[in-house]
Design a protein around this ligand. Sequence first.
Ligand code: PLP
Length: 352
Amino acid sequence: MTKSYFRPEIDAMAGYVPGEQPKMANLVKLNTNENPFAPSPEVEKVLKNFNTEQMRRYPDPRADALRCAVAQRNGLEKDNVIVGNGSDDILTMIFRAFTSPDRAMAMLYPSYSLYAELAAMQGAKVIRIALAEKTFALPDDLLEQAKEANLLMITRPNAPTGNSFDISVIENICCSFDGIVTIDEAYADFAEDNCMELVKKYSNVIVMRTFSKSYALAGLRLGYAVSSKEIVEGLMKLKDSYNVDMLSQHIALAAYNDTEYFAARTAEVKEMRSMLKAELEKLGFYCVDSKSNFLFAMPPDQDGNRCFTGLRNEAVIVRYFPGDATGKYVRITIGNPAENARLLEVLRSMYA
Ligand SMILES: *Cc1c(COP(=O)(O)O)cnc(C)c1O
């Protein structure tokens, strides 16, 4: 045995595995919840008019123009907002700040598996709170299960299941939990409500958003978090100095301000979500009630792996999560009309 120079926590980690980005031709890619539409045309204008001479300068380290825009839209102040290189960057800050060998993290299961990897890097204990079968609802004793944790991660709407949780239940958790409650709202723009107002009422609450899904800017890497000024100030201490590049700051602001385009595209995705759900149900699928831009769907034979493989053989890529709680399902991102039609065509050949 040769000696490892890594910390034991790192040697013990498997590492997060992102959804694949295959390079096959004519691929129908419905596996990583990207938006089926292009980003706002304002994005292209920014790129065309960008004065590259500016780039020899460092970017604004705190991305204040974006912070002000987010604050203004939500009735908050700039000091309530922090911007990151994707919301994964925000998650890194949160885990560095609030987890350690004696500060545990509690998360829903199934949920976003990156949280457990980030906790492992910190040597922090992970408490997994199982959701109900089929409905993926929260358990009644969530607070009891989470009570030893310093950080509670709530994904709302949840991934990979797509369902949301009653906002009054979330509020009760925020006011009763003795620690930080982070609500990851990566998909909130596809839902009917969100938890922004809870930030104003409870100083231990962090709400996170990303431009990757609803703004169709996964390639850009832009996310932000909103919280009390004390928490934002603390997180600022441990972010990379220039964590958001200059181009991303300009582009994100332009996309954020094009509210009309955003509302129209988001409405279309939601409409296609109900159409797709109805068609899947006709084929005998069970679909979890989705408030996101994807469907968590159980095929009639309850074999998620067979569904995934059958689709993949026809160059339609969805996501399959092996395991007891998830292995009966596939997660299908809402595509554009042609992609959804092709998905249904292959599924009809398999299950009709
Ligand atoms: C996609 C996703 C993110 C990551 O967003 P980025 O801004 O692309 O890093 C965070 N949380 C959940 C639950 C997601 O699904």
